[in-house]
Write a protein that binds this ligand. Structure first.
Ligand code: NOJ
Ligand code: CA
Length: 688
């Protein structure tokens, strides 16, 4: 009997202990967001999230599938550690100078109950603006590496939310955003796209950041932070059960999706939670979840505006290749652009098509060895161009179109970057058009994540900043590698020049601001002044007003901003003054209003001068609102130049109709803003 009672006591104690440990809770610093981790009946862990007491994410399971390992099974909690962090750090360049990193952390150490009792930890960080969590596999006996065939992180939604999404393409993010209910997501309809040199959409999945609005008006955006040595994550959608599950990008060359050595940490899975859409843009959570700068002094990274031998190829005025007889990248043309940049406060020029190989760069299966990155075409005297640019104080931005021949590029990396160093060049635009070589790899798989990182590291070694096109998604790595200056990773301006589907509609950028832009800087290449693209592309056009093209310099953040149009299209155009004046590196950013896919207004204060710049853009609907200028510095008087849609402006009927007005304004004033359909407003507030 005694024995029996003792036995019961031990069981009760154990139970009590399991019970207290089985529900672990952590809240955001302001107490509004709460995350609960639950371990029930030896199952895999489940997490759930509430905002102000209302469920945002229903209990959602977490786990993995491995090759050559026993199936992941129930865990017990070994240890739980809580931590509060509230620190400030300074961005070398960015949307703002100082960033506050304020969160509560819960690290839960788990061990499988069944032998061989493998360990896995889950680390949660809860901010006032959302949550991040990641899995950590510590060093452990009998396990030094893992072949991960699936990550099964679920996100169980509470309703049929309105969603702004692009398909979960393993190869490219250059899709238009769709706005549908969650239950209506159908990514597979985009499996073929004639304007894309590569695309692969194997499942009904979306790419991240994916943004949603609940019926009660709460905004959610799902993404990832610190994507390192792991595949990019798409989110497979279950339209019936209103659930998403991580679907890692794979490879045709391996059965696993990721192979990692222990200890290993996955990227952070992130959920931004915001009552107002504007708070999504203001959040620095993704950056905060990344490690601090590990490059040290990055003074070679120069925020700048730039022009380039680029749009003329997309308009087919000239070509990348020499054989056409209309080669764009000639010494003479480069000098013309250098003069243009020097005269107009643009810091650099990009020259595409400068190196041999462009005769056969696209549509060819074997693209290996086509490009090297040191051999100019005979009509491009690179030494002379660099000398001339330096004499005018203009930087030459190098161009490496790899044509996705990654093996070739990796073999040439050192030579290519040493060549740049010998010329004194500190910025490169890279490109990865086409299917990846080695065959069977995708742009967003682990192999390519490693490649893009290798490029950043090599570039940093040679003091070069990288602006990647056809990149891996931005996940805040720019905090750790501040030479990751910008990237494409969306349908850029170029689609307006040649895509056969009508280009980017007016709702594109008001959607991008609340989706793709949450990930990081965008090389969108704004500044089209010849909106209808006449006479080059009579069947294509830009679908915004001229005033919106100006507003984009403020709205769509990048420390490198192109003035994309041809120098002759800026000549004699008073609106070009805004591009001359606008800043690229900011002390402070204020997101003043906006709704996903409809409109957005952002003001930014230039770090160097203290001048403010404002941009406001709208979709195809005209808008009118009063805008208090209380973001401006108190007691300062500004000479404000307003670049506004004229009353008859319209993105399609009359896109270039613009009025420019100058007023003396202060923080106590209010602007009456009127945006035309597809229109915008740009304002420079120069201190008097
Ligand atoms: C695609 C890039 O996005 C574009 O900017 C570039 O001009 C072409 N590739 C050629 O490299
Ligand atoms: Ca592209």
């Amino acid at each position: 009997m005694k024995k029996y009672i003792l036995g019961l006591l031990i069981v009760t104690m154990l139970y009590a202990c399991t019970k207290t440990n089985s529900q672990m809770i952590i809240q955001s610093p302001d107490g509004k967001i709460e995350v609960k981790l639950d371990l029930k009946n030896n199952q895999l862990p489940k997490y759930a999230v509430t905002y102000k007491g209302d469920t945002v994410i229903k209990p959602s399971s977490m786990g993995f599938e491995f090759l050559n390992q026993p199936e992941m099974s129930g865990f017990r909690v070994v240890d739980t550690r809580m931590k509060s962090v509230n620190k400030k750090w300074t961005m070398p360049w960015g949307e703002q100078k100082e960033v506050v990193n304020h969160y509560q952390e819960m690290l839960v150490s788990l061990q499988e109950i069944k032998k061989p009792k493998h360990s896995m930890n889950i680390r949660f960080r809860v901010f006032d603006e959302g949550i991040g969590f990641r899995y950590e596999f510590p060093e452990q006996p009998g396990r030094d590496s893992l072949e991960i065939s699936a990550e099964n992180t679920e996100f169980c939604l509470t309703g049929d939310h309105r969603v702004w999404w692009i398909p979960g393409d393993w190869d490219i993010y250059e899709h238009l955003y769709n706005e549908t209910l969650f239950s209506e997501i159908d990514a597979l309809q985009f499996a073929q796209h004639e304007s894309l040199a590569q695309t692969y959409i194997p499942y009904n999945a979306v790419n991240t950041p994916v943004t949603m609005r609940t019926t009660s008006g709460l905004h959610l955006s799902f993404h990832e932070a610190a994507l390192t040595n792991y595949p990019g994550m798409t989110l497979r959608v279950d339209t019936e059960n209103l659930t998403m599950r991580s679907e890692l990008v794979g490879s045709e060359r391996t059965e696993y999706k990721a192979k990692v050595s222990l200890p290993f940490e996955t990227p952070w899975r992130t959920i931004q939670i915001a009552p107002d859409a504007t708070d999504l843009i203001a959040s620095k959570m993704i950056l905060n979840l990344n490690e601090p700068n590990k490059l040290g002094d990055v003074s070679y990274v120069k925020p700048m505006k730039y022009a380039g031998i680029w749009w003329e190829m997309h308009l087919d005025k000239s070509t990348w290749d020499l054989a056409s007889g209309r080669h764009g990248a000639t010494t003479e043309n480069a000098k013309r652009y250098i003069d243009f940049a020097a005269e107009n406060n643009l810091g650099g020029i990009l020259v595409e098509g400068w190196n041999t190989g462009w005769e056969k760069w696209i549509g060819v299966d074997n693209r290996e060895g086509i490009f090297d990155f040191v051999t100019p075409y005979p009509d491009y005297d690179i030494n002379e161009v660099v000398r001339y640019a330096k004499s005018k104080g203009v930087e030459i931005i190098m161009h490496h179109e790899t044509s996705a021949a990654v093996t070739t590029y990796e073999q040439q990396l050192d030579t290519a970057y040493r060549f740049m160093e010998s010329l004194g060049l500190h910025a490169v635009k890279t490109g990865y058009v086409g299917t990846i070589i080695p065959k069977g790899e995708y742009h967003h798989g682990q192999y390519m994540v490693q490649h893009y990182r290798k490029v950043l590291e090599t570039a940093a070694h040679h003091k070069v900043a990288v602006n990647a096109h056809e990149p891996i998604k931005a996940t805040g790595i720019r905090r750790t590698y501040p030479n990751a200056i910008s990237r494409e990773g969306l349908r850029g301006q170029e689609f307006n020049a040649w895509s056969s589907d009508g280009g980017n509609p007016p709702s594109h950028l008001p959607t991008v601001a609340f989706t793709r832009m949450l990930a990081g800087p965008i090389d969108f290449t704004p500044g089209a002044f010849n909106i209808k693209l006449d006479p080059y592309k009579p069947d294509n056009q830009v679908s915004t007003t001229l005033a919106q093209q100006l507003a984009l310099y403020v709205v769509i953040y990048s420390p490198v901003q192109m003035a994309c149009d041809l120098p002759e299209h800026y000549k004699g155009r008073p609106a070009f003054q805004f591009i001359r004046d606008v800043g690229v590196d900011w002390q402070q950013t204020e997101v003043l209003n906006g709704e996903v896919g409809e409109y957005v207004t952002i003001a930014r204060k230039e770090k160097e001068t203290g001048n403010w710049f404002l941009g406001s853009i709208t979709d195809e609907h005209a808008r009118e609102f009063a805008l208090p200028l209380n973001f401006l510095d108190k007691d300062v008087t500004y000479e404000a130049t307003l670049y506004k849609d004229a009353p008859d402006a319209h993105w399609d009927d009359n896109p270039e109709s613009i009025n420019i007005e100058t007023h003396t304004l202060q923080a106590t004033d209010t602007l009456n803003v009127q945006l035309a359909p597809g229109g915008g407003l740009a304002v420079s507030f120069m201190k008097k």
